[in-house]
Ligand binder design. Structure first.
Ligand code: PLP
Length: 384
Protein backbone atom coordinates (compact mmCIF):
# COMPACT_ATOMS: atom_id res chain seq x y z
CA UNK A 1 0.00 0.00 0.00
CA UNK A 2 1.31 3.53 -0.75
CA UNK A 3 1.27 4.45 2.94
CA UNK A 4 2.76 7.93 2.60
CA UNK A 5 -0.56 9.24 1.25
CA UNK A 6 -3.75 9.75 3.27
CA UNK A 7 -6.23 7.54 1.44
CA UNK A 8 -10.00 7.40 1.64
CA UNK A 9 -11.70 4.11 2.58
CA UNK A 10 -12.89 3.52 -0.98
CA UNK A 11 -9.25 3.69 -2.11
CA UNK A 12 -7.94 1.59 0.78
CA UNK A 13 -10.36 -1.18 -0.19
CA UNK A 14 -8.68 -1.28 -3.60
CA UNK A 15 -5.06 -0.46 -2.74
CA UNK A 16 -4.38 -2.31 0.54
CA UNK A 17 -3.07 -5.85 0.80
CA UNK A 18 -1.18 -5.89 -2.53
CA UNK A 19 2.15 -7.64 -3.09
CA UNK A 20 5.27 -5.43 -3.04
CA UNK A 21 5.74 -3.51 -6.32
CA UNK A 22 8.79 -5.24 -7.72
CA UNK A 23 9.31 -5.78 -11.43
CA UNK A 24 7.04 -8.60 -12.71
CA UNK A 25 5.40 -9.10 -9.30
CA UNK A 26 1.74 -10.16 -9.47
CA UNK A 27 -0.87 -7.48 -8.74
CA UNK A 28 -2.81 -9.95 -6.58
CA UNK A 29 -1.43 -12.12 -3.79
CA UNK A 30 -1.24 -15.86 -4.40
CA UNK A 31 -3.27 -18.47 -2.53
CA UNK A 32 -0.82 -20.59 -0.56
CA UNK A 33 -2.09 -24.08 0.21
CA UNK A 34 0.25 -25.42 2.83
CA UNK A 35 -0.60 -26.63 6.31
CA UNK A 36 3.00 -26.43 7.48
CA UNK A 37 6.24 -24.55 6.84
CA UNK A 38 9.87 -25.55 6.82
CA UNK A 39 10.90 -24.84 10.38
CA UNK A 40 13.32 -26.03 13.03
CA UNK A 41 14.52 -24.71 16.33
CA UNK A 42 13.09 -21.71 18.09
CA UNK A 43 10.38 -19.86 16.11
CA UNK A 44 10.79 -16.06 16.21
CA UNK A 45 7.55 -14.04 16.73
CA UNK A 46 5.75 -13.58 13.43
CA UNK A 47 7.50 -16.45 11.61
CA UNK A 48 5.17 -18.91 9.90
CA UNK A 49 5.37 -22.53 11.10
CA UNK A 50 1.84 -24.02 11.06
CA UNK A 51 -1.26 -22.77 9.24
CA UNK A 52 -3.66 -22.94 12.19
CA UNK A 53 -1.47 -20.36 13.96
CA UNK A 54 -0.95 -18.14 10.92
CA UNK A 55 -0.78 -18.36 7.14
CA UNK A 56 0.14 -15.72 4.57
CA UNK A 57 -3.08 -15.90 2.54
CA UNK A 58 -4.97 -14.32 5.48
CA UNK A 59 -2.69 -11.29 5.62
CA UNK A 60 -3.81 -9.18 2.63
CA UNK A 61 -7.46 -9.27 3.74
CA UNK A 62 -6.50 -8.70 7.38
CA UNK A 63 -4.40 -5.66 6.39
CA UNK A 64 -7.15 -4.30 4.19
CA UNK A 65 -9.89 -4.61 6.82
CA UNK A 66 -7.54 -3.18 9.47
CA UNK A 67 -6.95 -0.16 7.21
CA UNK A 68 -10.68 0.22 6.48
CA UNK A 69 -11.52 0.20 10.20
CA UNK A 70 -8.65 2.61 10.92
CA UNK A 71 -7.16 0.07 13.34
CA UNK A 72 -3.65 0.12 14.75
CA UNK A 73 -3.38 -3.58 13.82
CA UNK A 74 -4.52 -5.87 11.01
CA UNK A 75 -7.92 -7.54 11.51
CA UNK A 76 -7.95 -11.09 12.90
CA UNK A 77 -9.68 -13.30 10.35
CA UNK A 78 -11.96 -16.11 11.62
CA UNK A 79 -13.82 -19.01 10.03
CA UNK A 80 -17.19 -17.26 10.48
CA UNK A 81 -18.74 -14.17 11.99
CA UNK A 82 -19.88 -16.32 14.92
CA UNK A 83 -16.30 -17.52 15.55
CA UNK A 84 -15.17 -13.88 15.75
CA UNK A 85 -18.11 -13.08 18.06
CA UNK A 86 -17.27 -16.06 20.29
CA UNK A 87 -13.68 -14.78 20.50
CA UNK A 88 -14.87 -11.32 21.53
CA UNK A 89 -17.32 -12.70 24.10
CA UNK A 90 -14.52 -14.88 25.54
CA UNK A 91 -13.03 -11.60 26.85
CA UNK A 92 -15.81 -11.56 29.47
CA UNK A 93 -14.39 -13.24 32.61
CA UNK A 94 -16.37 -15.93 34.49
CA UNK A 95 -18.90 -14.26 36.76
CA UNK A 96 -18.81 -11.04 34.68
CA UNK A 97 -21.86 -9.28 33.28
CA UNK A 98 -22.45 -8.97 29.54
CA UNK A 99 -24.99 -6.41 28.32
CA UNK A 100 -26.40 -7.27 24.88
CA UNK A 101 -29.09 -5.71 22.66
CA UNK A 102 -32.29 -7.74 22.81
CA UNK A 103 -32.45 -7.48 19.02
CA UNK A 104 -28.83 -8.29 18.26
CA UNK A 105 -28.15 -10.96 15.64
CA UNK A 106 -30.06 -13.87 17.16
CA UNK A 107 -27.17 -16.36 17.26
CA UNK A 108 -25.06 -13.79 19.15
CA UNK A 109 -27.73 -13.74 21.85
CA UNK A 110 -27.99 -17.55 21.83
CA UNK A 111 -24.20 -17.86 22.10
CA UNK A 112 -24.08 -15.41 25.02
CA UNK A 113 -26.78 -17.40 26.80
CA UNK A 114 -24.96 -20.70 26.17
CA UNK A 115 -21.74 -19.27 27.62
CA UNK A 116 -23.70 -17.83 30.54
CA UNK A 117 -25.11 -21.26 31.34
CA UNK A 118 -21.62 -22.78 31.43
CA UNK A 119 -19.49 -20.13 33.10
CA UNK A 120 -21.65 -18.05 35.36
CA UNK A 121 -21.60 -15.01 33.09
CA UNK A 122 -24.71 -12.92 33.58
CA UNK A 123 -26.37 -11.79 30.34
CA UNK A 124 -28.58 -8.70 30.48
CA UNK A 125 -30.64 -7.80 27.40
CA UNK A 126 -31.46 -4.16 26.69
CA UNK A 127 -33.11 -1.97 24.11
CA UNK A 128 -29.88 -0.63 22.58
CA UNK A 129 -31.66 2.52 21.32
CA UNK A 130 -32.67 3.41 24.90
CA UNK A 131 -29.42 5.03 26.06
CA UNK A 132 -30.52 5.53 29.68
CA UNK A 133 -31.55 1.88 30.02
CA UNK A 134 -28.26 0.67 28.49
CA UNK A 135 -26.18 2.91 30.75
CA UNK A 136 -28.12 1.69 33.82
CA UNK A 137 -27.48 -1.94 32.83
CA UNK A 138 -23.77 -1.19 32.28
CA UNK A 139 -23.40 0.51 35.69
CA UNK A 140 -25.51 -2.07 37.51
CA UNK A 141 -25.80 -1.92 41.28
CA UNK A 142 -22.26 -0.74 41.84
CA UNK A 143 -20.67 -3.66 39.95
CA UNK A 144 -20.08 -2.50 36.37
CA UNK A 145 -20.60 -4.85 33.42
CA UNK A 146 -17.51 -6.54 31.99
CA UNK A 147 -18.64 -5.91 28.41
CA UNK A 148 -21.25 -3.93 26.51
CA UNK A 149 -22.18 -5.49 23.17
CA UNK A 150 -23.41 -3.02 20.57
CA UNK A 151 -25.06 -3.63 17.25
CA UNK A 152 -26.10 -0.57 15.29
CA UNK A 153 -28.26 -0.74 13.30
CA UNK A 154 -29.54 -3.95 14.87
CA UNK A 155 -30.34 -7.10 12.95
CA UNK A 156 -33.24 -7.29 12.08
CA UNK A 157 -35.02 -4.41 13.87
CA UNK A 158 -32.75 -1.60 12.59
CA UNK A 159 -32.59 0.20 15.92
CA UNK A 160 -29.78 2.75 16.01
CA UNK A 161 -27.65 3.06 19.17
CA UNK A 162 -26.06 6.32 20.30
CA UNK A 163 -22.61 4.78 19.96
CA UNK A 164 -20.50 7.74 21.22
CA UNK A 165 -22.72 8.19 24.31
CA UNK A 166 -22.66 4.45 25.11
CA UNK A 167 -18.88 4.22 24.68
CA UNK A 168 -18.35 7.22 26.98
CA UNK A 169 -20.60 5.81 29.71
CA UNK A 170 -19.14 2.30 29.44
CA UNK A 171 -15.55 3.52 29.65
CA UNK A 172 -16.39 5.67 32.65
CA UNK A 173 -17.62 2.47 34.33
CA UNK A 174 -14.56 0.48 33.19
CA UNK A 175 -16.63 -1.66 30.79
CA UNK A 176 -15.25 -2.98 27.50
CA UNK A 177 -17.28 -2.08 24.40
CA UNK A 178 -17.60 -4.48 21.46
CA UNK A 179 -19.39 -3.42 18.29
CA UNK A 180 -20.75 -5.74 15.61
CA UNK A 181 -20.19 -3.52 12.56
CA UNK A 182 -21.60 -5.96 9.99
CA UNK A 183 -24.61 -3.86 8.98
CA UNK A 184 -22.89 -0.47 8.78
CA UNK A 185 -19.61 -1.72 7.22
CA UNK A 186 -16.44 0.33 7.89
CA UNK A 187 -17.60 2.71 5.15
CA UNK A 188 -20.68 3.56 7.23
CA UNK A 189 -18.99 3.88 10.64
CA UNK A 190 -15.63 3.14 12.27
CA UNK A 191 -16.39 2.03 15.84
CA UNK A 192 -12.72 2.08 16.93
CA UNK A 193 -12.61 5.79 16.06
CA UNK A 194 -15.79 6.21 18.14
CA UNK A 195 -13.91 4.62 21.06
CA UNK A 196 -14.99 0.96 20.88
CA UNK A 197 -12.47 -1.60 22.16
CA UNK A 198 -13.39 -4.50 19.86
CA UNK A 199 -15.09 -4.60 16.46
CA UNK A 200 -16.44 -7.76 14.88
CA UNK A 201 -17.72 -8.51 11.38
CA UNK A 202 -19.56 -11.23 9.63
CA UNK A 203 -17.27 -10.99 6.58
CA UNK A 204 -19.81 -13.31 4.94
CA UNK A 205 -22.00 -10.25 4.33
CA UNK A 206 -20.94 -6.92 2.77
CA UNK A 207 -17.18 -7.27 3.04
CA UNK A 208 -16.99 -10.44 0.92
CA UNK A 209 -20.22 -9.36 -0.74
CA UNK A 210 -21.03 -12.19 -3.15
CA UNK A 211 -22.72 -14.82 -0.97
CA UNK A 212 -19.95 -17.31 -1.73
CA UNK A 213 -18.03 -17.55 1.56
CA UNK A 214 -18.66 -17.75 5.31
CA UNK A 215 -16.01 -15.77 7.22
CA UNK A 216 -15.61 -13.45 10.17
CA UNK A 217 -13.15 -10.96 11.59
CA UNK A 218 -12.37 -9.15 14.83
CA UNK A 219 -10.32 -6.01 15.43
CA UNK A 220 -8.86 -4.26 18.46
CA UNK A 221 -6.42 -1.35 18.83
CA UNK A 222 -5.16 -2.41 22.24
CA UNK A 223 -2.19 -4.80 21.76
CA UNK A 224 -3.25 -7.08 24.64
CA UNK A 225 -6.83 -7.41 23.34
CA UNK A 226 -5.52 -8.01 19.82
CA UNK A 227 -3.22 -10.75 21.15
CA UNK A 228 -6.16 -12.31 23.06
CA UNK A 229 -8.25 -12.47 19.88
CA UNK A 230 -5.41 -14.12 17.93
CA UNK A 231 -4.74 -16.57 20.75
CA UNK A 232 -8.43 -17.53 20.89
CA UNK A 233 -8.36 -18.28 17.15
CA UNK A 234 -5.31 -20.48 17.45
CA UNK A 235 -6.34 -22.47 20.52
CA UNK A 236 -9.96 -22.93 19.36
CA UNK A 237 -8.97 -23.60 15.76
CA UNK A 238 -11.55 -21.05 14.59
CA UNK A 239 -9.67 -20.44 11.34
CA UNK A 240 -10.53 -19.54 7.77
CA UNK A 241 -9.41 -21.54 4.74
CA UNK A 242 -6.97 -19.77 2.41
CA UNK A 243 -9.36 -19.92 -0.55
CA UNK A 244 -12.13 -18.22 1.43
CA UNK A 245 -9.70 -15.54 2.61
CA UNK A 246 -8.68 -14.89 -0.97
CA UNK A 247 -12.31 -14.66 -2.12
CA UNK A 248 -13.02 -12.14 0.65
CA UNK A 249 -10.10 -10.01 -0.57
CA UNK A 250 -11.43 -10.26 -4.11
CA UNK A 251 -14.87 -9.21 -2.85
CA UNK A 252 -13.77 -6.31 -0.65
CA UNK A 253 -12.10 -4.55 -3.62
CA UNK A 254 -15.55 -3.39 -4.81
CA UNK A 255 -16.95 -2.63 -1.34
CA UNK A 256 -17.48 1.09 -1.94
CA UNK A 257 -19.22 0.58 -5.29
CA UNK A 258 -21.50 -2.12 -3.90
CA UNK A 259 -22.35 -0.31 -0.68
CA UNK A 260 -23.05 3.02 -2.43
CA UNK A 261 -25.33 1.40 -4.99
CA UNK A 262 -27.12 -0.85 -2.48
CA UNK A 263 -27.70 2.04 -0.07
CA UNK A 264 -29.14 4.24 -2.80
CA UNK A 265 -31.40 1.38 -3.91
CA UNK A 266 -32.49 0.70 -0.32
CA UNK A 267 -33.36 4.33 0.39
CA UNK A 268 -35.41 4.55 -2.81
CA UNK A 269 -37.22 1.28 -2.11
CA UNK A 270 -37.93 2.28 1.51
CA UNK A 271 -39.34 5.63 0.31
CA UNK A 272 -41.66 3.90 -2.18
CA UNK A 273 -42.71 1.20 0.31
CA UNK A 274 -43.72 3.89 2.80
CA UNK A 275 -46.37 5.04 0.29
CA UNK A 276 -47.53 1.56 -0.78
CA UNK A 277 -51.14 0.64 0.07
CA UNK A 278 -50.20 -2.99 0.89
CA UNK A 279 -47.55 -1.96 3.46
CA UNK A 280 -48.30 -1.63 7.18
CA UNK A 281 -44.81 -0.53 8.31
CA UNK A 282 -41.41 0.07 6.80
CA UNK A 283 -38.16 0.63 8.69
CA UNK A 284 -35.04 2.16 7.18
CA UNK A 285 -32.89 4.78 8.92
CA UNK A 286 -32.97 6.93 5.76
CA UNK A 287 -36.68 7.68 6.23
CA UNK A 288 -37.04 11.10 7.90
CA UNK A 289 -39.64 9.80 10.40
CA UNK A 290 -37.75 6.58 11.24
CA UNK A 291 -36.88 6.44 14.98
CA UNK A 292 -33.20 5.90 14.12
CA UNK A 293 -32.93 8.61 11.46
CA UNK A 294 -31.43 11.47 13.47
CA UNK A 295 -28.78 9.32 15.18
CA UNK A 296 -27.84 7.51 11.99
CA UNK A 297 -27.55 10.84 10.14
CA UNK A 298 -25.29 12.17 12.92
CA UNK A 299 -22.93 9.21 13.37
CA UNK A 300 -23.00 7.20 10.10
CA UNK A 301 -22.11 7.82 6.49
CA UNK A 302 -25.14 6.43 4.65
CA UNK A 303 -28.00 4.44 6.14
CA UNK A 304 -27.20 0.88 5.13
CA UNK A 305 -29.13 -1.33 2.75
CA UNK A 306 -31.28 -3.48 5.04
CA UNK A 307 -34.98 -2.59 5.05
CA UNK A 308 -37.60 -3.88 7.50
CA UNK A 309 -41.05 -4.44 5.99
CA UNK A 310 -44.35 -5.50 7.54
CA UNK A 311 -46.99 -6.00 4.86
CA UNK A 312 -50.68 -5.54 5.61
CA UNK A 313 -52.23 -8.94 6.31
CA UNK A 314 -49.77 -10.33 8.88
CA UNK A 315 -47.78 -13.56 8.62
CA UNK A 316 -49.91 -14.96 5.77
CA UNK A 317 -49.28 -11.89 3.62
CA UNK A 318 -45.56 -11.87 4.54
CA UNK A 319 -45.18 -15.53 3.52
CA UNK A 320 -47.21 -14.94 0.35
CA UNK A 321 -44.94 -12.03 -0.57
CA UNK A 322 -41.81 -14.14 -0.15
CA UNK A 323 -43.42 -16.83 -2.33
CA UNK A 324 -44.41 -14.30 -5.02
CA UNK A 325 -41.06 -12.58 -5.73
CA UNK A 326 -39.23 -13.65 -8.88
CA UNK A 327 -36.11 -11.47 -8.94
CA UNK A 328 -35.54 -11.06 -5.18
CA UNK A 329 -34.14 -14.29 -3.73
CA UNK A 330 -36.02 -15.92 -0.84
CA UNK A 331 -33.05 -16.70 1.39
CA UNK A 332 -31.40 -15.88 4.68
CA UNK A 333 -28.15 -13.90 4.94
CA UNK A 334 -27.59 -10.42 3.55
CA UNK A 335 -25.04 -8.11 2.02
CA UNK A 336 -24.60 -9.97 -1.28
CA UNK A 337 -24.86 -8.29 -4.68
CA UNK A 338 -28.24 -9.97 -5.12
CA UNK A 339 -31.34 -8.71 -3.33
CA UNK A 340 -32.91 -11.19 -0.93
CA UNK A 341 -35.62 -11.32 1.69
CA UNK A 342 -36.97 -13.52 4.44
CA UNK A 343 -39.40 -13.56 7.33
CA UNK A 344 -37.13 -13.71 10.37
CA UNK A 345 -39.51 -15.38 12.80
CA UNK A 346 -39.57 -18.50 10.60
CA UNK A 347 -36.51 -19.39 12.73
CA UNK A 348 -37.41 -20.72 16.19
CA UNK A 349 -34.27 -19.06 17.62
CA UNK A 350 -35.29 -15.55 16.52
CA UNK A 351 -36.11 -13.23 19.42
CA UNK A 352 -39.81 -13.30 20.29
CA UNK A 353 -40.08 -9.51 20.36
CA UNK A 354 -39.28 -9.42 16.62
CA UNK A 355 -42.73 -9.15 14.99
CA UNK A 356 -43.96 -12.41 13.41
CA UNK A 357 -44.68 -10.67 10.11
CA UNK A 358 -41.40 -8.73 9.81
CA UNK A 359 -39.59 -9.27 6.51
CA UNK A 360 -35.89 -8.40 6.39
CA UNK A 361 -34.95 -7.14 2.94
CA UNK A 362 -31.29 -7.11 1.91
CA UNK A 363 -31.17 -4.71 -1.01
CA UNK A 364 -28.53 -5.52 -3.61
CA UNK A 365 -27.00 -3.73 -6.57
CA UNK A 366 -29.49 -4.58 -9.33
CA UNK A 367 -31.35 -1.89 -11.25
CA UNK A 368 -33.70 -0.28 -8.74
CA UNK A 369 -36.64 -0.19 -11.18
CA UNK A 370 -36.39 -3.96 -11.71
CA UNK A 371 -36.29 -4.49 -7.95
CA UNK A 372 -39.26 -2.22 -7.42
CA UNK A 373 -41.40 -3.80 -10.16
CA UNK A 374 -40.86 -7.24 -8.66
CA UNK A 375 -41.55 -6.12 -5.10
CA UNK A 376 -44.63 -4.17 -6.17
CA UNK A 377 -46.14 -7.14 -8.06
CA UNK A 378 -45.39 -9.45 -5.12
CA UNK A 379 -47.01 -7.02 -2.64
CA UNK A 380 -50.10 -6.84 -4.84
CA UNK A 381 -50.24 -10.63 -5.20
CA UNK A 382 -49.75 -11.10 -1.44
CA UNK A 383 -52.47 -8.64 -0.45
CA UNK A 384 -55.24 -10.29 -2.55
C1 PLP B 1 -24.74 -12.92 9.80
C2 PLP B 1 -24.40 -12.11 10.98
C3 PLP B 1 -23.57 -12.63 11.98
C4 PLP B 1 -23.04 -14.05 11.95
O1 PLP B 1 -22.04 -14.19 10.99
P1 PLP B 1 -21.70 -15.61 10.27
O2 PLP B 1 -20.67 -15.22 9.27
O3 PLP B 1 -23.00 -16.10 9.68
O4 PLP B 1 -21.21 -16.52 11.32
C5 PLP B 1 -23.26 -11.81 13.06
N1 PLP B 1 -23.74 -10.56 13.14
C6 PLP B 1 -24.55 -10.04 12.22
C7 PLP B 1 -25.04 -8.64 12.37
C8 PLP B 1 -24.91 -10.79 11.10
O5 PLP B 1 -25.72 -10.26 10.19
Amino acid sequence: MPDALPLSPATLAVASGRPARTQAAPVNPPIVLSSTYVSQGEVPAGELFYARADTETWHPFEETLGALEGSAHPAVLFGSGMAAIAAAISLVPPGGRLVVPRHAYNVTVVHAQDVAGRSGIEVVQVDIADTDAVVAAVRGDGVPAAMLWVESPTNPMLEVADVPALVAAAHEAGTLVAVDNTFATPLGQQPLALGADVVVHSVTKYLAGHSDVVLGAALADDPALHADLRRYRTVHGAIAGPTEAWLALRGVRTLALRVERAQANAAEIARRLADHPAVAEVRHPSLPDDPGHARAAAQMRGFGSIVGLRPRGGVAAADALVAAVRLWVPATSLGGVESSLERRRRFPLETVTVPEDLLRLSVGVEDVEDLWRDLDQALRAASL
